[in-house]
Design a protein around this ligand. Structure first.
Ligand code: B12
Length: 325
């Protein structure tokens, strides 16, 4: 039985296996590393294990249950410091809400009637028939219906790919492409602006390097980061490298997020990453994403390559786990 399924907070495990467990068992069971368990104990006073005859930590089952729930919530983007002192019933309430969100996000292809992923063909028809206002309206409606996260995965990402395909088949002009991408960006920026939270760590600076004009991947990444409560500072596209460095320093960015499309030549991808790594403070992480094959072919010390947008949530969870205050 899942701990979140049980309103009392007690699990079947409680009934049959009440013996406290070692730190290694808790690590296996919860997915939280031994280091994290010790850091939390020191920093927050939880977990608060007993000791065996040899002085080794022994964790009571109720604490392990709470750690499991905490782990899930942190994976969903919450910060440990904010949750760790909440009682189990409050955590479970939050967990249920998260579970609903997770279910909705996972049901991309089996969305219930009324909230089904929209037919991309309808957007394409509006692009091809040159109705930019109607396109923007339809996109805005889809965003309100689906929420920003599903909009990113179900509409923005596949629609831009489709637009690229029809453009390369010569079925639309480059200005049709530009108009439609602008509409997408306007709608997403509107949603981003309506997120009222001031943003919490990590402070994430986003941009593309000179000659990289493709900015939509960056905006999608920003949307997902903002939805996880990160403080996002976007410089827009094509920022000179030295300005990126100055801005990251001035705002004490915890991470610099960069997007590289397949259009940018490999040497420039690698050189700009190397230069940024050299000039940025070591504490500023560099997270690079996008379709550029150069990101996969070369390994750069001090640069983390994210395989896709789905990697953003776990990346933030990991950062928060290891650097939380
Ligand atoms: C819109 C567009 C443009 C617009 C960009 C406007 C804007 N404001 O962004 C304009 C018209 C400016 C443009 C220009 C060019 N473009 Co263009 N463009 C596109 C198009 C249609 C969409 C690009 C886009 O935004 N994609 C959406 C992003 C989100 O998709 P993505 O890059 O694949 O990213 C995905 C992941 O990689 C990930 N991701 C992206 N960034 C990040 C970052 C992080 C941190 C993470 C975790 C994940 C992540 O998320 C996305 C969704 O899964 C693509 C077609 C396509 N298939 O993508 C062509 C495309 C990228 N362009 C292409 C080309 C050739 C060009 C030009 C060279 C054309 C020219 N001759 O002038 C110029 C280059 C300009 C420059 N200096 O960069 C080619 C590149 C092919 C190649 N290998 O060379 C493509 C693939 C079109 C094609 N089929 O030929 N383009």
């Amino acid at each position: 039985m899942n701990v979140l399924d049980n309103a009392s907070g007690m699990t079947d495990t409680n009934a049959v296996e009440a013996a406290p467990r070692s730190i290694a068992a808790v690590e296996r069971d919860t997915g939280l590393t031994k280091d994290t368990l010790r850091v939390w104990e020191r920093r927050y006073g939880f977990p608060n294990p007993g000791r065996d005859a040899f002085g080794e930590r022994l964790y009571p089952i109720d604490q392990i249950d709470k750690l499991r729930v905490l782990r899930r919530l942190i994976d969903a983007g919450h910060r440990p410091g904010k949750l760790i002192h909440l009682p189990m019933h409050a955590l479970m309430l939050l967990g249920r809400q998260e579970r609903l969100l997770t279910t909705a996000a996972a049901s991309v292809h089996t969305a219930p009637a009324g909230f089904a992923a929209p037919d991309l063909g309808e957007f394409l028809a509006l692009i091809q028939s040159r109705q930019p206002e109607a396109l923007r309206r339809s996109l805005a409606q889809a965003l309100l219906r689906l929420g920003l996260e599903r909009f990113v995965f179900d509409v923005a990402a596949p629609l831009t790919r489709l637009i690229g395909e029809v453009w390369s088949r010569g079925e639309i002009e480059i200005f049709d492409e530009r108009l439609s991408i602008e509409s997408l960006q306007t709608v997403m920026r509107g949603a981003l602006a309506s997120i009222s939270s001031p943003g919490e760590p990590p402070t994430v600076m986003l941009t593309t390097v000179p000659n990289e004009a493709h900015g939509l991947g960056l905006l999608m990444a920003e949307s997902l980061l903002a939805l996880r409560g990160c403080r996002c500072l976007s410089l827009g596209v094509q920022t000179p490298l030295w300005d990126i460095v100055l801005a990251a320093r001035a705002h004490r960015a915890d991470a610099l997020v960069l997007s590289f499309s397949s259009a940018l030549n490999a040497a420039q991808v690698i050189d700009s990453l190397a230069e940024l790594r050299e000039k940025l403070p070591a504490a500023t992480r560099i997270w690079a994403g996008g379709d550029s094959p150069a990101l996969r072919r070369h390994r750069l010390e001090g640069v983390e390559v994210l395989a896709g947008l789905h990697d953003i949530a776990p990346q933030i969870a990991r950062w928060r786990l290891t650097t939380s205050t």
